[in-house]
Design a protein around this ligand. Structure first.
Ligand code: COA
Length: 360
């Protein structure tokens, strides 16, 4: 029994923050950001990540041709949940009108979607569930410090989702590899959230500790190793892959991974130029856009590979099914947005500038 992706969908908030706008309040330039990362713009959400997730999942369920409430498990991969008790997955489940399905959040940073897909595969193969919604969604811009140019330029908001169903056509997840090396974990860490009592916090709520070079150093070998392991478990080689959909962190990382695997750059899909790093959302968002762009054909073999906070690494090989068109479209839309991206960012920026001015 295979675990086949039968539906896909994305939800990106409308407010666009271009590098040109970053230049107006940060000591950076479009040229620096574009050259070092490939990123030109990112989205800033006016709604919570539960709403982003709900719309992406509704669109994926419509694409699969099933009702919004017709699933028996929902996995929400995120590092920026709107709430922790109960989990955000249960709020998405509620919004979709489902009662009774299993619902869980999984936080493995940017590897969240691949972990979620591998979990869905295991749940389906073992007969525990038969239709699993896997969502990757983030609203990371709410925890960015907009005075920190090394990290604030990198991330953006968005969501992507797939529907994974039991099938016997030979399509499905052929192999996966999941790992975490906690030793370099502090190179990408947001401490003092979660259960730290407010009076014991060492810092502002915007305390992203980030060593970009260290993350970069682990990212490329991590993604390459995970890819080779997933390929080996699939009984395939890199030459068998029709399309690589990597985690969209940084164009230089994606290009280095492509060279080392190696895979022809024409077989590598990127959209980070328009969204930045959307963490757990990046692969399902890119996959959906690859399908919309006609880059996936029936029976294609796809490779997903990612790295992220932890530091985690993960990869999965998927054989696509027969259908590359949506069965139906969803009528779900986000609440309208009346603010510009800069207006959405401004209150946090003001607070953060004052915080730093006060020497905190
Ligand atoms: N604009 C202008 N200059 C900047 C800048 C910005 N936004 N951010 C940093 N700089 C400066 C630095 O201060 C440094 O100046 P210095 O040489 O005078 O000290 C210089 O640019 C080089 O910084 P460095 O950190 O060495 O740049 P880099 O080439 O390593 O690129 C990253 C930085 C963050 C783009 C890169 O390390 C990276 O992509 N890392 C992985 C990040 C990632 O994807 N994380 C998410 C994990 S899922």
């Amino acid at each position: 029994m295979g675990a086949v992706i039968t539906g896909w969908g994305k939800c990106v908030p409308p407010a666009v923050l271009g590098n040109d706008v970053l230049e107006t309040f940060m000591d950076t330039s479009d040229e620096w950001v574009a050259t070092r990362t490939g990123i030109r713009e990112r989205r800033i959400s006016h709604v919570g990540m539960v709403e982003l997730s709900t719309v992406a999942a509704a669109r994926a369920l419509a694409a699969a041709g099933v009702a919004e409430d017709d699933f028996d498990c929902l996995i929400l991969a995120t590092a920026s949940a709107d709430l922790h008790i109960p989990n955000a997955a249960s709020r998405v489940q509620l919004a979709l009108g489902n009662r009774g399905a299993a619902a869980l959040d999984t936080n493995v940073g940017c590897c969240g979607f691949v972990y979620g897909l591998a979990m869905a595969n295991g749940l389906i193969e073992s007969g525990v569930h038969s239709r699993v919604v896997v969502i990757g969604a983030e609203r990371l811009t709410t925890i960015l410090d907009w005075t920190q140019r090394d990290s604030a330029i990198l991330f953006g908001d968005g969501a992507g989702a797939v529907v994974v169903e039991a099938g016997s056509s030979g399509a499905g997840v052929l192999g996966a590899f999941l790992a975490c090396d906690p030793v370099p974990g502090e190179s990408l860490m947001v401490a003092d959230l979660g259960n730290t009592p407010a009076h014991q916090r060492r810092s502002s709520p915007y305390n992203l500790s980030f060593d970009g070079r260290e993350v970069f150093r682990h990212a490329v070998p991590g993604m390459v190793k995970a890819s080779h392991q997933a390929l080996a478990r699939s009984g395939l080689s890199i030459a068998d892959i029709d399309l690589l959909v990597p985690h969209q962190a940084n164009l230089r990382i994606v290009e280095a991974v492509g060279k080392k695997l190696p895979i022809d750059s024409a077989k590598v899909f990127t959209n980070l130029q328009r969204y930045g790093n959307t963490s757990a959302a990046s692969i399902p968002l890119a996959l959906t856009e690859a399908l919309e762009a006609g880059r996936v054909a029936p029976g294609d073999r796809l490779l997903f590979t990612a790295f992220g906070a932890g530091l985690t690494s993960a990869a999965a090989v998927v054989r696509w099914g027969e259908r590359t068109e949506r069965v139906a479209d969803s009528g779900r839309e986000l609440h309208p947005c009346t603010l510009s991206a800069m207006e959405l960012v401004a209150p946090a920026l003001k607070f953060q500038r004052q915080w730093h001015q006060n020497g905190q």
